[in-house]
Design a protein around this ligand. Structure first.
Ligand code: SAH
Length: 254
């Protein structure tokens, strides 16, 4: 019973459909010489990645039972047993890195925030998420699903929604549909603003996403006097990253 409950928290939904596993592996472009798979489980996706000589390939898996299984069936695989969220990426990899996986859905946002934090290293992500998260990440301004991660990630990545995956191709089937997205690093090195403040502005704006920014941004405790009226009268979900940058710069100028 304990074991079942513990496993449930690992977001384990194993992919049964080989053709989908292959399609995910093939969605990876050749942007980096280092590849990390998060949560390989029983290796359904791993087997389509392992023989590629273009990459230094490693996997990170938290579940010891899966790690034992992988050691047995993929003896040459470079396996790191541990939690991706605690992994020190700059310590483990030298510079450019691609990430792939049928990700544990319970930590989807945390994986994506970690990618954002390591945007100088992570050149590509190909991953399966629950459909709602995938849509949110790939959303454009004005759509209901547009949120913090869409704004932040779209500043540094070109994001594509690749395909939707039915719940019945997993064991056990999750309650929701899934989708595969691809993030490829664009050429932007730095945004033209105080990025710490930008993060606060975006988070504060979406915290009360139904309110206009005039009201939502009061929580910043800063004067909004210099922010253009046409931006303050909109809601966070209507603004592009460039407009958030504009707001940030008018706040910093005070
Ligand atoms: N890729 C496999 C398994 C997907 S299920 C497949 O497609 O069948 C998600 C996997 O992520 C599980 O194996 C789970 O044990 C692992 N996992 C969960 N949390 C993790 C974490 N924080 N770090 C690394 N792996 C994790």
């Amino acid at each position: 019973m304990e074991r079942v409950r513990a496993k449930k928290q690992l977001g384990q939904h194993f992919l049964k459909d080989e053709s989908i596993a292959r399609r995910i592996a093939e969605s990876l472009s050749n942007l980096s010489h280092q590849l990390l798979e998060i949560g390989p489980g029983m290796g359904v996706l791993t087997k389509y990645l392992i023989d590629n000589k273009n990459y230094d390939f490693r996997v990170i898996e938290i579940d010891s039972e899966s790690v034992d299984y992988l050691h047995t069936y993929y003896p040459t695989l470079n396996i790191i047993e541990g939690d991706f969220l605690r992994m020190d990426l700059p310590q483990t990899f030298d510079n450019k890195l691609s990430i792939i996986g049928n990700f544990p859905y319970n930590i989807s946002s945390q994986i994506l925030f970690k990618v954002y934090d390591h945007r100088d290293m992570v050149v590509e992500v190909v991953g399966m998420f629950q459909k709602e998260v995938a849509e949110r990440v790939a959303a454009h301004p004005g759509s209901k699903t547009y949120g913090i991660l869409s704004v932040l990630l779209s500043a540094y990545y070109d994001i594509e929604y690749l395909f939707t995956v039915d719940e019945h191709v997993f064991n056990p089937p999750p309650k929701v549909k899934s989708a595969v997205i691809r993030l490829q690093r664009n050429g932007v090195q730095h945004l033209d603003c105080d990025e710490q403040l930008l993060l606060r502005v975006v988070k504060t704006g979406f915290n009360q996403r139904r309110k206009t920014l005039r009201n939502a941004l009061k929580a910043l405790g800063m004067s909004l006097d210099h922010v253009p009226e046409n931006l303050l009268s909109q809601r966070a979900e209507q603004l592009s990253v460039e407009q958030f940058i504009e707001i940030t710069n008018t706040l910093s100028a005070v």
